[in-house]
Design a protein around this ligand. Structure first.
Ligand code: AMP
Ligand code: ZN
Length: 489
């Protein structure tokens, strides 16, 4: 079997993934700043990292994953100036920063769940780690990596010899390109704040005491702190958006390695961006679609998840609603294939109980069926050659597009669909709404009407079935029920 291989930004190469401990694979994913609804671009990377986590599990590895929630300190510009995004959100909505953070964190987690993304071991809020931040700051001060200016405590990047390595930065060029009016108290252009002081008259609701002055942490610090206290160095995998490479992750590495003296992470994964109609996602273009916006246009969050998984995390993708509609059709087509396979499988008498494993059914369960059901749930699913092949493909740097092509080209057994659901979390089994007894009766009556050549009645029943979202697929031997539209889950 092909072992899992991933593209490591650190080496710019695809490498075999070797965890330190297969039973505890330490993963840290940079999380959302909760000042607004996350847009579909933000969710693209969480979908890719969900695939990563699911792929680890398929490979019998146990992930231990932390996602941070940024609820303080992320300034409008990544370069330590501009307003705190949370404060900005609070003013916009006339609420407190704490209310804003709570509201958008809840909204984020709701969308996260709607996309059926596996929950991390823990979501960690930046504001819950201030004491730990201050410990890290003290260590950095003691080790001589910092200096103080009138507006904060800064990390002196010239003291960290390998600062430019990760992002392959050209520091001379950076220096030359720096704005003339850049913070003149900074010793180097690339230096960054680990702690910001509240300026006299500054309206910053979130504030804590450090050395007798009020302030708040710099944005990059929370990831070093949380990953250290929750997981410890080195992390197996650190993941984030491609935009994090030159500033955020470069700064995280500098802080963590300077403070803790160990490699921060063994593998770094970065997700590329999506554009919408070939334009970047931005407020001014009014294209910051949220998951709810997709719902309002008749798309399930799972249609979007499927659309994302049709591509590769390292490729820039262009989103269009036509493309999303095609993904929605693909999901329906696959669901109907599964429905047909399920019906074919249940034609064998002793597998009738399979029907009952799906929640939304009003079938009568007999004792025998229940016994079979217990067995089915216990035994999980049988591995097939096809699943081995699909695992080998996904193990090549998360090549979901190629797995999708295989799904289109192969006959899949029920067990294979279970495998697909485990690998992609597209909830095919949950989407199967079985026909009620009344619908089953209608289907039977239609078959009889057809046999009696009463086509008018057969057509009339077909129309009635449509209003219940069922269609009929006739084959030479038998008829199968299918869905007209995939359920909105
Ligand atoms: P936040 O801190 O919540 O503003 O998260 C923003 C992060 O979402 C960025 O740092 C990117 O990694 C990611 N992101 C933003 N826009 C896009 C996009 N168009 N496509 C993919 N990822 C994006
Ligand atoms: Zn981070």
């Amino acid at each position: 079997m092909t072992k899992l291989h991933l593209f490591n930004t650190k080496t710019r190469q695809i490498e075999e993934f070797i965890p330190q401990n297969p039973a505890n694979v330490k993963i840290y994913t940079c999380g959302p700043t909760v000042y607004n609804f996350a847009h579909i671009g933000n969710f693209a990377s969480y979908i890719y990292w969900d695939l990563l986590v699911r792929t680890l599990k398929i490979n019998h590895l146990t992930p231990h994953r932390i996602i941070n929630i940024t609820d303080v300190g992320h300034l409008a510009s990544d370069a330590d100036d501009g307003e705190d995004k949370l404060e900005k959100g609070a003013k916009r909505e006339n609420k407190t920063v704490w209310e804003i953070a709570k509201f958008y964190e809840t909204a984020f987690i709701k969308d996260f769940n709607a996309l059926n993304l596996l929950p991390p071991t823990k979501f960690c809020r930046a504001t819950d780690y201030i004491r730990e931040d201050l410990e890290v700051i003290n260590t950095l001060i003691e080790r001589g990596y910092t200096y103080e200016t009138s507006d904060g405590i800064y990390f002196d990047t010239s003291k960290f010899a390998t600062y430019a390595d990760f992002a392959r930065l050209d520091l001379d060029n950076l220096r030359a390109g720096a704005r003339v009016d850049f913070n003149s108290e900074k010793r180097n252009v690339s230096d960054f704040a680990i702690w910001k002081f509240i300026k006299p008259g500054e309206d910053h609701a979130m504030q804590w005491d450090f050395q007798g002055k009020k302030g708040y942490p710099g944005w990059h610090l929370e990831c070093s702190t949380i990953s250290h206290f929750e997981l410890g160095e080195p992390l197996d995998i650190h993941a984030g958006g491609i935009d994090h490479i030159p500033i955020h992750h470069t700064n995280e590495i500098a802080q963590s390695e300077a403070a803790f003296g160990k490699t921060m992470a063994n593998y770094w994964l970065h997700a590329n961006f999506i554009t919408i109609d070939n334009q970047k996602i931005s407020k001014s273009l009014d294209n910051t679609y949220s998951i709810q916006d997709l719902r309002d246009r008749g798309f399930s969050p799972l249609d979007f998840k499927l659309w994302i998984l049709q591509g590769h995390y390292q490729s820039e993708r262009n989103f269009t609603f036509e493309g999303l509609a095609a993904a929605k059709n693909r999901r329906l087509h696959w669901l109907n294939r599964l429905a047909k396979t399920l019906q074919e499988t249940t034609h064998t008498e002793n597998q009738a109980a399979l029907l009952t494993q799906i929640q939304k059914t009003d079938y009568q369960t007999t004792e025998l069926q229940e016994a079979l059901l217990t067995q089915i749930q216990k035994s999980d699913y049988q591995t097939t050659d096809l699943q081995e092949k699909l695992t080998a493909i996904i193990n090549q740097n998360l090549n979901s597009a190629e797995v999708f092509a295989e799904i289109d080209q192969n006959e899949l057994a029920l067990d294979d669909w279970h495998f697909i659901d485990k690998l992609f979390g597209l909830r095919f089994f949950d989407s199967l709404i079985l026909p009620s007894n009344e619908i089953q009766t209608l289907i039977k009556e239609r078959t009889e009407a057809k046999q009696n050549k009463d086509y008018a009645k057969a057509d009339q029943i077909r129309e009635e079935l449509k209003s219940h979202n069922f269609s009929i697929l006739d084959t030479n031997q038998t008829s199968f029920w299918q869905y007209l539209e995939s359920p909105m889950i």
